[in-house]
Design a protein around this ligand. Structure first.
Ligand code: NAD
Length: 280
């Protein structure tokens, strides 16, 4: 018996054109899964799908849709169902942070002449909403749209992509931290809600990768060197390096396959020990 039981399954990967999720999609295709690369960026989604078909000789479909637009997702679902049939796996990977939801300073000084614009008080509500919505509602709404297939089939898996911020917030990025904590909470909530339907819901919390969403915080654009924050992350990671996307794929395959049949409602850190380390 093939205990992974993944061949010919259909997976929708949101944010599938991004750095992490294109790698996750490739790892599913390598197991014979038909992948749907759903992304706001149409050209990048089509490119990733085309390359997957070329490399793995398994069907892959690039679709442009917005994870915050229910109608856009429903249209995407109709296209997926007509081309690939019903889906078995949903990976909620679209997400990210933005400078407009990031404070300039880590901690307030508490002095009389402190520039409040650089602190919590300078956060833009619109920026906060944008980041919170993308990560949280961008997980909630696709689950609502695509999981109807899973519940009707009485089988299937949802994987949410969380973050180290979900356990303990990182300085400066209040909206991103709150949104990923909400993703963990929602993972548990939906796992319980679906527990009798045959549908499992779990999450992966990656450690730190250098990607487009965090490069502005971790690499000095003038020198190309790690910023002080970038170095702090290395110091806080017992394995003393950044994660690469390929290191997330083993956990993904475990969670989407029959290897984890009795596992639901968990958030697995893949972090080189970051979440275990007190720094001392
Ligand atoms: P990325 O920017 O490379 O990929 C994100 C993708 O999501 C992009 O292709 C983008 O076009 C797409 N996207 C953005 N908004 C969208 C929308 N409204 N609808 C549909 N698609 C949309 O980022 P990444 O670093 O690969 O991040 C992927 C996931 O991993 C995110 O959820 C992120 O929060 C999480 N994560 C990243 C890190 C890291 O260190 N990079 C760490 C932990 C978790």
């Amino acid at each position: 018996m093939n205990e992974l039981n993944l061949k010919d399954k259909v997976a929708v990967i949101t944010g599938g054109a991004g750095i992490i999720c294109s790698t996750l999609a490739r790892s599913l295709a390598a197991q014979g899964v038909k992948t749907v690369i759903l992304d706001l960026n149409r050209d990048a989604a089509h490119d990733v799908a085309k390359n997957i078909e070329k490399e793995f000789h398994v069907q892959s479909l690039g679709i442009s849709a917005n994870v915050l637009g229910k109608v856009s997702l429903e249209e995407a679902k109709r296209e997926v169902n007509s081309k690939f049939g019903t889906i078995d796996i949903l990976v909620n990977g679209a997400g990210g942070n933005s400078p407009s939801a990031t404070t300039k300073v880590e901690k307030m000084l508490g002095t009389e002449d402190e520039n409040l614009e650089e602190t919590f008080f300078g956060l833009q509500i619109e920026g906060f909403d944008k980041v919170f919505d993308l990560n949280f509602k961008g997980t909630l709404i696709p689950s609502m749209v695509f999981a109807t297939d899973l519940v009707r089939k009485k089988s299937g898996v949802i994987i949410n992509i969380s973050s180290m911020n979900s356990y303990r917030p990182l300085t400066k990025i209040a909206a991103y931290s709150a949104s990923k904590a909400a993703v963990n909470n929602f993972t548990q909530w939906l796992a319980v809600h679906f527990s009798k339907t045959g549908v499992r819901v779990n999450a992966i919390a990656p450690g730190f990768l250098l990607t487009n969403q965090n490069r502005f915080l971790l690499i000095d654009e003038n020198t190309g060197e790690l910023t002080a924050r970038g170095k702090k992350i290395i110091n806080g990671t017992p394995m003393e390096r950044y994660c690469v996307p390929e290191e997330l794929t083993g956990t993904l395959i475990y969670l989407v396959s029959d290897l984890s049949k009795f596992v639901t409602g968990v958030v697995i850190p893949v972090d080189g020990g970051f979440s275990a380390y007190s720094g001392v």
